[in-house]
Write a protein that binds this ligand. Structure first.
Ligand code: NDP
Length: 249
């Protein structure tokens, strides 16, 4: 289906990004996956999945990394800014360093990735930008004002770009998952166990109960939505936040 189109998935070595990269590759794309850990990326590599060490908070790393990927595999036609960090902290405990680190990763990183990808995408006649926001991007997530702010910001960027390019053959959408079974959740469960002394099963249940349907969402469920956005009949869906949230509204 994707006929060797070149996709870039930031944070594509793990979790949601890896599931998206593997789905795009299985459907015929050439996929560049990025992250800071070379060993993690190498484990995910295949004949269609190409590792690229790139720190999304570092402008030079992104500009040089994406330019190199374009030289190697052609213009980017599918851009998935997915790299992100998640941590809840009340505003009174949030220092400027924490705020800047999270905005640099979740927001600056997506901005740089999209800007550099558009340089080549706009030379082609088809493109998709699929940002991984969060349910915390469409409503304020209690206990996580900084994370919520970054994920709301990402939606603003996507909506504005969909308006800027509305007459062009590129679409800009965001996927907004609730709690997905990835390393982020494993780290949250460990932190709950640390703080409360609860056994793992009970700590994990606290997380699953946050999703109205009472289970964690799988990375593949998010990947399937991304794949649909790359399909033939998705061109009129533009500027949207698509919630994959088990009934959370
Ligand atoms: P992971 O921790 O598995 O994925 C995060 C990825 O981002 C890692 O591969 C990491 O790679 C990469 N990353 C982090 N910082 C940087 C950086 N500075 N430069 C480059 N890459 C970076 O968790 P998920 O798969 O769950 O998270 C993916 C996205 O999904 C995130 O944006 C998250 O906010 C979002 N999301 C997750 C939800 C969940 O419940 N899991 C729910 C809603 C949204 P490395 O460390 O090697 O750099």
């Amino acid at each position: 289906m994707l006929n060797n189109k070149h996709a870039i998935v930031t944070g594509g070595g793990t979790g949601i990004g890896l599931a998206i990269a593997q789905s795009l590759a299985a459907n015929g794309a050439q996929v560049t996956i990025t992250g800071r850990r070379a060993d993690v990326l190498e484990q995910a590599a295949s004949d269609r999945i190409h590792p690229l060490v790139m720190d999304v908070t570092d402008e030079l790393s992104v500009t040089q990394g994406i330019a190199g990927a374009v030289t190697a595999h052609g213009p980017i036609q599918i851009c998935v800014p997915n790299a992100g960090i998640a941590e809840g902290k009340s505003i009174l405990k949030t220092d400027l360093e924490f705020w800047r680190n999270m905005t640099a990763t979740n927001l600056d990183g997506a901005f740089l990735t999209i800007r550099e990808s558009l340089r080549s995408m706009t030379q082609t006649d088809w493109g998709r930008v699929i940002a991984i926001s969060s349910i915390a991007g469409v409503r304020g997530l209690k206990g996580a004002p900084c994370y919520s702010a970054t994920k709301h910001g990402l939606l603003g960027l996507i909506r504005a770009l969909s308006a800027d390019y509305a007459t062009k053959p590129y679409t800009f959408n965001a996927l907004c998952p609730a709690y997905v079974a990835t390393d982020i959740i494993t780290r949250n469960v460990a932190s709950i166990m640390d703080r409360t002394g609860l056994p793992e099963e009970k700590a994990r249940a606290l997380m699953t109960d946050l999703n109205p349907h009472g289970r964690l969402i799988t990375p593949q469920e998010v990947a399937d939505a991304a794949l649909w956005l790359c399909g033939e009949n998705s061109g009129s869906v533009n500027g949207q936040d698509i919630r994959i949230a088990g009934g959370e509204v």
